[in-house]
Design a protein around this ligand. Structure first.
Ligand code: GDR
Length: 320
């Protein structure tokens, strides 16, 4: 039997590479799109799958690139996991955030509409579009984005909804809360802290770890299981946007405390607060409501902050 084809836009990031691996495990033919060249130590290489997927070069903002990809391959499903993903960087280069997130989404939707594409389109949304959450946020939560990144994600979410309701495209957004793995880029706080803490524990690092605001509260989940949730949201006949979260709020300070305690170290000796790392605008508290996705699709996060820290310590390569 010929296997079905799935397209992963942004296939070398944390989520893109994990999505490719999961789809390959389910016997899909996987086509991945990247903007530049595939570097030697990409996440695809680290997962040992760079030869198992078909990698194409292209840009989600380019009509012809996406048109060619969809028309030639007629995939069952397209996962848009491309675009700039750092909230911090979006304050430094807002144009790139808005262009990749909003124009990218718009372009993919327009290509799909032009081709009368009947497969599923999944878009990675972000809890950042809610701003501070009042209790655990579900997909109907009031939206108050406070960064260029979040403003882009809010626009993307609303475009997807519009094209689903107005043009009958099978497109949905999975609104993702923070989700981590050893494939995280070091721009993100969990990877930065884990790398530093392991370096300190192994006596390879003597400098303190400099951080911004550690009083923030977030809902941290385990990326590999969020990939499975994304597929459920994408494949569901309900065509409904869903929040993907654990529902458990934790402060960054408690993440740090748990991690250093695990390594038998006192974090107070190794963390330095650097006001220069504070963001111009910050979300103080953000966590989701895990019930809708459980009730509608039967998905529930299995990993919590403690097991995530343990997994990150075991799997992190401090040279990456
Ligand atoms: P976030 O992730 O912005 O929540 O976006 P990040 O790990 O960058 O920040 C989490 C929180 O930690 C605070 N913080 C620091 N952050 C970084 N990067 N570096 C620091 O030194 C530091 N010190 C404190 C931040 O201010 C923030 O409050 C992630 C991304 O995956 C997005 O793509 C996704 O949409 C959201 O999660 C949900």
């Amino acid at each position: 039997m010929t296997s079905q084809t799935a397209v992963v836009l942004g296939c070398k990031g944390q989520d893109g590479s994990l999505m490719c691996k999961s789809l390959l495990d389910k016997n899909y033919k996987v086509i991945g799109l990247i903007r530049g060249e595939l570097k030697k130590h990409s996440n695809l290489h680290r997962l040992g799958i760079e030869k198992d997927i078909e990698v194409k070069i292209g840009d989600i903002r380019n009509f012809n690139d996406i048109h060619r990809l969809l028309e030639n391959n007629r995939p069952k499903c397209v996962y848009n996991l491309a675009a700039q993903s750092s909230v911090g960087k979006s304050f430094i280069n807002p144009n790139e955030s808005i262009e990749t997130i909003v124009n990218g989404t718009m372009n993919i939707l327009n290509v799909a509409k032009t081709l009368d594409y009947s497969g599923q389109l999944f878009f990675a949304g972000s809890s950042e579009m809610f701003g501070n959450t009042e209790g655990g946020a579900n997909s109907e939560h009031v939206q108050n984005p406070v960064s260029p990144y979040a403003i882009g994600k809010q626009a993307s979410f609303n475009l997807v909804k519009l094209y689903r309701e107005r043009f009958n495209l099978k497109c949905v957004t999975g609104i993702l809360f923070n989700h981590e793995s050893h494939l995280r880029d070091k721009n993100f706080v969990t990877h930065k802290i884990i790398q530093g803490a392991i370096g300190i524990a192994n006596k390879k690092q003597t400098n303190k770890i400099k951080l911004g605001n550690i009083n923030v509260i977030r809902d941290w989940g385990w990326a590999p299981e969020y990939i499975e949730a994304m597929q459920l949201v994408a494949n569901s006949k309900q065509l409904k946007d869903h929040v993907i979260c654990t529902g458990k709020p934790n402060s960054l300070k408690s993440f740090i405390n748990k991690l250093f305690t695990f390594l038998n170290l006192d974090w107070h000796d190794y963390i330095e607060i650097d006001p220069a790392l504070y963001r111009p605008n910050e979300i103080e508290i953000s966590y989701g409501d895990p019930l809708p996705i459980f009730e509608n699709l039967g998905w529930k996060a299995k990993e919590d902050i403690d097991s995530i820290i343990e997994k990150l310590i075991i799997s992190t390569d401090i040279n990456n």
